[in-house]
Design a protein around this ligand. Sequence first.
Ligand SMILES: [Ca+2]
Ligand SMILES: [Ca+2]
Ligand SMILES: [Ca+2]
Ligand SMILES: [Ca+2]
Length: 403
Amino acid sequence: MRSLTHVNVLESMAVLATKIFSRIFENMVRNLGDFQLQMLLGFKGFVADWGPARLLSVGVCAGFCGEMRGMCRSGWALRLCLLSLCAWSQGKELNACQTGPEVKQVTTGEEVVGPTIRTYLCYRLPADAGQGGLRIDGRLDEAAWSKAAWSEEFVDIEGEAKPKPRYVTRMKMLWDETCLYIAAELQEPHVWGNLLVRDSVIFHDNDFELFLDPEGDGVNYGELEINALNTVWDLRLPKPYRDGGQADDGWTLGRLRTGVFVDGTLNKSTDTDTAWSIEIAIPWSDLVTLNDPEQPIRRAVRDGSVLKSYETLSEAESAAQLGGKTLPGGKTLKPQDGTQWRINFSRVEWQHEMQSGRYQRQSGVPENNWVWSPQGVIDMHRPETWGILKFTTRPAGSVELGK
Ligand SMILES: [Ca+2]
Ligand SMILES: [Ca+2]
Ligand SMILES: [Ca+2]
Ligand SMILES: [Ca+2]
C-alpha cells in the first residue's frame, strides 16, 4: 500500500512533467508552418485514445529510429517523441489531484432568485466510486456520473424566446474533498478544432466554457474555455469588462485536469459525428488564486488567435484592478453543505467552411452562444445573471433521479 507521502511525491512529479511537456509542446507548435501543424493535429487526433505506455513506446521508438537515420537534424523525430509525451501529459491518463492541502471551510455567496436563473444541486462523488474516482478522459461512462442529474438543455444566451439551439448541450457536476467535477455533452455533427496552444482564443474554434464566481460578489471570477482538441484557455477577471476589467490570461489552474472524447471523428468532414463530451476536474486549492492580489495580471500577446507570449501589467495597474479584493475569512474555497456559488456554462458554435481540407469558422457569420442559465443579452460577463451551484454533502445516488 502506497503511503500518502509516496502518493504526494508521485503526484508532484506528474504535475511537473505535465507543465514541462506542455510548455515544450506549446513552444514547438508556435513555430510550426501550416502543413506541419496539420500533421500534428492529425497525429494528436489519431493517438487520442491511446494509453500512456503505448504513446511512450511510440515516442521512444520514433526517437530511436530518427537517431539511427539521422532524422533528428530535421527535428521531426524529436517532435514526434515530444508530441507523444505531451498527449500523455495532457491528462488522458494522468491521475494527479487525488489529494490536496488542508483548507478551512467557508460558506459564502448569497442566494439570488429570479425567473431565469437556474440552480444545480451538486452531490458528492459517492465513496464507492473507486480509488481513482473519476477517470478524466472525456468518457462519461463511470457509474458515479450516471447517479448525477443532467442539467436542463442549454438555450440561446438571450433567453428561451430566441430560436432553440440546433444541437443539444447539457452538463452535470459532482464534487469531493479535492475537486469540482464537471461533465458536458455536446451533440455535434462536425467535431473540429485547430487551436493547440493554451490561452489562445479558444472560442475561435467551437468550444465549451464555464464561468465561476465562488463568492458570488461579481469580481475576481474565473473563466475556462476548452475545444475538441482539449486545449484550454483559463483566465480570471478582476471585474467584468464593462467595468474596465482586464483579463488575466496568465492565470493558471495548475492542477486542472481535462479530457475530451469524440463520438465520431475529429477534423474529418466526410462523415457525420454524434457528439463530443468533456470531463473537467478543478481542484479547490487552485481556485484560491482567483482572489490573490499579489499575483500580477498578465495579458496574452497573440498572433491572430494563437498565444505568443504574455505581457505583465505594472504593479500599479495590477493593484488598480485587484486591490482590496481578498476572500474574507481565510484562504479556502472548498465548499460545505449548503454552500452556494455562481456559475454558468456556455457553448460557442460557428457555422463552418472547409479551406484546403481544414475546418474554419465562416467569416462574416456570427457565432451562436448557447448557455445553461440565460443571460438575456449577448454577454457572458454579467455574473449577476449566472446560475446557482448549490453543494450538498449527500452522495450522488442517495436520491433517485427523476425522469
Ligand atoms: Ca471518464
Ligand atoms: Ca468572486
Ligand atoms: Ca491562463
Ligand atoms: Ca467527423
